[in-house]
Design a protein around this ligand. Structure first.
Ligand code: FAD
Length: 289
């Protein structure tokens, strides 16, 4: 199908885009990489009166790391972050490898994926695990939304319709931390049936000093596991302890069943993946990659 008619606004700067969003209010959508929005228009799942194209906004290009925080601006493509992250943030690089296929990652933006808020997407769960934030700008001001406050429901965030997400921040794992990432899909490049990511760091005595465990594909939003992390913090990172934490994390999930997988299957896979990613994270602790 063809998209319904819309007004096309080519913004030349972030301020220009913000002004267009203010003018059109609830009737406008930001067009970034178009890898989710254009199919939704074609299927008539979205019918915005105006598209505000930010691809000409030079001030939304680029990414930079400062004091352990990586800022990724709104026009950075997923492939660009994947390349950058290979050396500096291998968890991000590994997760991005699972996002669709390279041609889609060449166009799709990191920020677009984060704010599109598909519950089966990799990057929103990583935003939770890496204590991330979204920088939201509207006419007259800017605010920072923490990952924990961002995700409300499938494809729904706390970003207002007149706000442009200008950047996301990821806090890179502490020195010596290990990471793990795994997901189950029907075919490579499909959205995950269930996925899981973990970051672990140990203190000098071998006890867990930093733990992050996140899931995607297990409900309406990505999930950071409070019970899983609580079962690890301050404890010796033994195989038995990791297994208990994985079980506690999976038991607290409330996944949905659909035609791809039952809720029971998702819970069972979540427990298995959690144990695998925690084990992988422990093995990487203290190693430089
Ligand atoms: C075949 C296929 C397979 C895919 N598989 C996966 C997968 O396995 N995992 C995965 O995570 N993704 C997958 N995707 C989606 C892909 O990663 C998209 O690129 C991403 O979800 C959206 O990024 P985008 O830049 O293309 O955003 P767009 O499609 O341009 O926009 C998506 C939504 O976000 C809003 N938006 C975008 N940028 C901003 C901004 N700066 N401020 C405010 N709102 C904004 C738009 O208005 C729109 O509502 C797949 C896509 C396709 C076509």
């Amino acid at each position: 199908m063809k998209p319904p008619p819309f007004e096309y606004v080519a913004a030349s700067s972030a301020a220009d885009a913000v002004e267009a969003l203010r003018r059109h209010g609830d009737d406008a959508k930001v067009l970034a990489g178009g890898q989710s929005l254009i199919p939704m228009l074609a299927l008539r799942l979205a019918r915005p009166a105006a598209l505000v194209d930010i691809n000409g906004c030079g001030d939304l290009e680029g990414m930079a790391e400062s004091r352990g925080v990586l800022t990724v601006n709104a026009l950075v493509r997923q492939r660009a972050l994947e390349r950058w992250a290979r050396e500096r943030a291998p968890l991000l690089a590994e997760a991005l490898r699972w996002v669709a296929h390279p041609p889609i990652r060449n166009r799709g933006t990191v920020v677009g994926s984060v704010v599109h808020a598909d519950p089966a997407s990799e990057l929103p769960a990583l935003l939770l695990c890496l204590d991330g934030e979204v920088v939201a700008r509207r006419r007259g001001g800017e605010r920072v939304i923490s990952a924990g406050q961002l995700y409300l429901a499938p494809l729904t965030t706390s970003l207002e319709s007149d706000e442009l997400a200008t950047a996301v921040h990821f806090t890179l794992p502490p020195a010596g931390a290990g990471w793990g990432f795994a997901e189950v899909t029907r075919r490579h490049g499909d959205f995950a049936l269930v996925g899981c990511a973990a970051v672990l760091a140990l203190d000098g005595g071998g006890a867990v000093s930093h733990a992050r465990l996140g899931f995607f594909g297990v409900g309406g939003t990505p999930v950071r596991s409070g019970p899983g992390e609580a079962a690890l913090l301050g404890e010796k990172a033994t195989a038995a302890r990791l297994g208990e934490a994985a079980k506690a994390a999976a038991a607290a999930l409330r996944p949905d069943g659909d035609l791809h997988a039952t809720a029971e299957y998702r819970s069972s896979v979540a427990a298995t993946l959690a144990e695998r990613v925690l084990t992988a994270a422990l093995e990487r602790c203290g190693k430089t990659e």
